[in-house]
Ligand binder design. Structure first.
Ligand SMILES: [Zn+2]
Length: 433
């Protein structure tokens, strides 16, 4: 079912018919007027909530120059002229996208559930991370055992035993709870891939407990890297959760990928906000990529200070030689063990175009052109959103690696022993710190 709304550009009086598929009652709306170039943006509503649309206003007259589809859940036809025959198909975005498949419908309802309960959960990772870092264990215990929280219940289902006996258990609990929330961005499949990568590589490699690993985790703890990674990653996730509803059509298109073609676009998402998210992921990876470089040095050359081009003091070398971008592009050697999720994860043209405000989007095709000096890169908005989720995925793998090393640090340097998820052998007792 579709509701028609009519808008007029405040500047040039170009008229729009907005075909809004009934979904959520409120939606963010972003597009550019193809005639005068101003951005028309804001919140639109099908109910009684006030509308806040900048640079356009609703009109009663049903005359229109352009047709715009709006859907809170699915990709839509890109904006087109009223008589454009390419868009004769009057099926709704739902009918063009959806097909029955039990497993996919389950993923779809997870996304919808999270979008509808966003206010309740969007700050959770920040809260539990802060409680852990401030050692507020009593409050944290209460939080981690909430009974009406479906994401805590998911953790309880996954972790056996789900118990908190020492600091490291809280660290692990916070991480597990965070993962259960982040899955709403990455999809379960992504998380399964990450866990496999972490299990295969980290577990087998770190099992050796070499002196170099000890040296590395001590250095990271001394530099407060573990806490900083967790703190900044929780802020990063928060930024993504703030845009979660605008991103829903992208999440859903990953579940039902069949019908996506170049006529399909998105009208809930602001390209500038997206670019900003991309930049934040890039900054995060650039700041903490030392975690990956150190692991690669130890895994490939058995020594923290052994870089591909010879031996150097680890921290000095990284901070003096490379800029943030170079740390990622040159510091990560593609064929080394931990590199895979970070190869080509950052695009410098996109990154620099953000810094210099040098990008533009065609309002009709939604093609974004990024410019950096003589280089240009072109991407559809939908594809750029997917790239942004990919760089977020790389940031998440980095966060996961840091967590694995943090855990290792607490076990081998502080002597903590986890009970969380670790079934004890009969009759054996751990000594707690
Ligand atoms: Zn206009």
């Amino acid at each position: 079912m579709v509701i028609n709304k009519f808008l007029a550009c405040n500047i040039c009086d170009t008229r729009y018919r907005v075909r809004w598929e009934v979904g959520r009652n409120d939606a963010t709306l972003y597009f550019k007027c193809p005639c005068c170039g101003v951005s028309i943006r804001g919140n639109s509503s099908q109910g009684d909530e006030p509308e806040t649309i900048v640079n356009a206003h609703p009109v009663n007259e049903k005359r229109y120059d352009y047709i715009l589809e709006l859907s809170t859940d699915f990709l839509v036809n890109k904006m087109h002229k009223a008589n454009d025959e390419r868009f004769d198909d009057l099926r709704t975005p739902f009918l063009r996208t959806f097909f029955f498949d039990e497993e996919k419908i389950k993923l779809f309802s997870n996304i919808m559930y999270f979008a509808n309960n966003l206010e309740k959960y969007k700050n959770e990772i920040d809260v539990v991370t802060s409680l852990f870092q401030h050692r507020s264990y009593a409050h944290l215990r209460k939080k981690m055992t909430e009974e009406d929280n479906p994401y805590i219940n998911l953790c309880k289902k996954r972790i056996d035993p789900y118990v908190f006996k020492s600091n490291i258990d809280f660290l692990m609990g916070v991480h597990q709870y965070s993962v259960s929330l982040i899955e709403n961005i990455l999809t379960e499949k992504y998380v399964i891939q990450v866990s496999k990568y972490i299990k295969d590589i980290v577990a087998c490699f770190l099992g050796k407990e070499s002196d170099e690993i000890r040296k590395f985790v001590l250095l990271l703890a001394d530099q407060k890297v573990f806490d900083e990674v967790d703190k900044k990653y929780s802020t990063l996730v928060n930024n993504f959760f703030e845009q979660y509803r605008a991103l829903v059509p992208i999440f859903v298109s990953r579940i039902f990928p069949k019908n996506v073609d170049e006529t399909q676009g998105i009208t809930t998402l602001d390209s500038e906000i997206l670019l900003n998210l991309y930049k934040k992921c890039y900054e995060f990876i650039g700041e903490f990529v030392i975690v990956v470089i150190g692991l690669n040095n130890i895994a490939t050359r058995s020594k923290l200070d052994a870089f591909k081009d010879g031996e150097h003091d680890f921290l000095n070398h990284i901070s003096s030689i490379w800029s943030k971008y170079n740390k990622v592009t040159q510091g990560i050697v593609p064929e080394e063990l931990f590199s895979e999720p970070f190869i080509n994860c950052v695009d410098n043209v996109i990154r620099n175009s953000e810094a210099h405000f040098n990008y533009e989007m065609d309002p009709m095709t939604q093609m974004i052109t990024f410019k950096d000096k003589n280089k240009t890169k072109k991407l559809y908005l939908v594809d750029f959103a997917k790239d942004t989720l990919n760089i977020f995925y790389s940031a998440t793998v980095l966060w996961e690696l840091s967590y694995q090393l943090h855990k290792k640090y607490r076990i081998i340097c502080l002597g903590e022993r986890p009970a969380f998820g670790h079934k004890m052998a009969e009759g054996r007792k751990y000594k707690w710190n």
